[in-house]
Ligand binder design. Sequence first.
Ligand code: GLN
Length: 548
Amino acid sequence: MTKHIFVTGGVASSLGKGITASSLGRLLKARGLRVTMQKLDPYINVDPGTMNPFEHGEVFVTDDGGETDLDLGHYERFIDENLTRDSNATTGSIYSAVLAAERRGDYLGKTVQVIPHITDEIKRRITRLAGEDRDVVITEVGGTVGDIEILPFLEAIRQFRLDVGRDNVFYLHVTLAPLIVAEQKTKPTQHSVTELRGRGIQPDAIVVRSEHPLAEGLKRKISNLCDVPIDAVVNAADARNLYEIPLVLHEEGLDGVVCRMLRLDVGDPDLSEWEALVDRVESLDRSVKIGIIGKYVSLQDAYLSVVEALKHGGFHHGCHVVIDWIQAEEVEGLLAEGRLRDLDGIVIPGGFGERGTEGKIMAAGYAREHDIPCLGLCLGLQMMTIEYARNELGMAGANSSEFDPTTAYPVIDLMETQRGVTDMGGTMRLGAYVAQLAEGSQVAKAYGTTVVSERHRHRYEFNPRFRARFDETDFWCSGTSPDGRLVEFIELRNHPFWVGTQAHPELKSRPTRPAPLFREMIGAALARAEGRSPHLFDLTVESPSVTA
Ligand code: GLN
């Protein structure tokens, strides 16, 4: 029988429910359990794919091409399992399924209602992740208890325990003890639990987030007020590092409480791999400064997986990665100030729309001419290609037809398979595709193999019509689709590291197994940093207090 853990949140959003859920997943996996995870999102979009990253942060893509919530990235990084599109459901996707069923006539004669039809569909989404080969499904409910649109989800998870039995369901509620005039407050937790109980759910454990460790006596108070055993009141104070949270929760006994209540008869967790990771993270003694040339630099969640992948590369090399967030539209001015010269590496991340593209192109050119390691991701590859076409191949005004439909040199063009696509939702080239890398190329060396699979999310591609012009130069199309038609990786001969990929390798990077291109890029950046001046940066500037 698969056990279910439901994670809800109260008091405020952005409390780190996703990290808490992921960390618990890691702890249970470390006890030998087969764990999978999912996110239920109460908003009405069918998936986050059509949302601006400013609204919702990065869109995380699964191998099977699901466009999902960024929390799935945390899940994959922590439990080290590849998830599928089934691991994310939204109110919109649930209503779509129910409405399609209604049109088919599945409910003939009935009035279709939130209870039972919507709640049944929510329960179906939860149940389909369970099965023979799954010991535990962790389901995180997005939003905060008390939100209007969360109600059908709370009702569904409440019913779920009745359906599958008390011993098979665990409710975990994440709250916050804010510090007000130097005193940690438990009242918000109490109110939030009252709200949850009003929906018929009594939490089995409470994870209390706080800036500093909870003061003496507060656990007892929360235990009494919320009717949760004291050992099931768990404190997750801000940690120095995100990846420490599983160890913090284990120290606080959360996984033990979960196993006891769910009657999971398993031994102690083997946390050696994770402890080694945290040790490595704690002993970083060098640093590199990487510029991310972005469009959403004031909302860093838009590039969450890119930042994590860079950090993973740093863990491998024992160095801090200090990120310099560079607004793409300001590159021209910043070049004059020398801000790019002071970088050890540049990342040009993915994106859509014209804004900022000229700055990204300029940054790619600066990196090329000044031997600065540069990694282009999806749109980044496109920007590097355009830069090279304009400045080395004499194609004045070269561009992507996404940004300039009338350019004489559309070196980046709409993919053949995208012509005629009119719906915007879920129609890009999405998910994992295999690429063939050229023997002896920098990318093949990085991956240690010539056949790789990475995740994609794009409509435009390197225009094969112009390929021959590039092939005559140092610009190497070093990875293609297996039929040789689509350019998937590019690199520059005679450059320390100027590499682009049409894919998003950041999505598959794991703290214990950094994505190869990020690992190599940080290696090249480190060589530049140490060649210039060994201790250029103040190591204290990084590590803002990480919230769980
Ligand atoms: N806008 C570009 C395209 O659609 C790049 C997409 C991306 O960076 N994910 O091809």
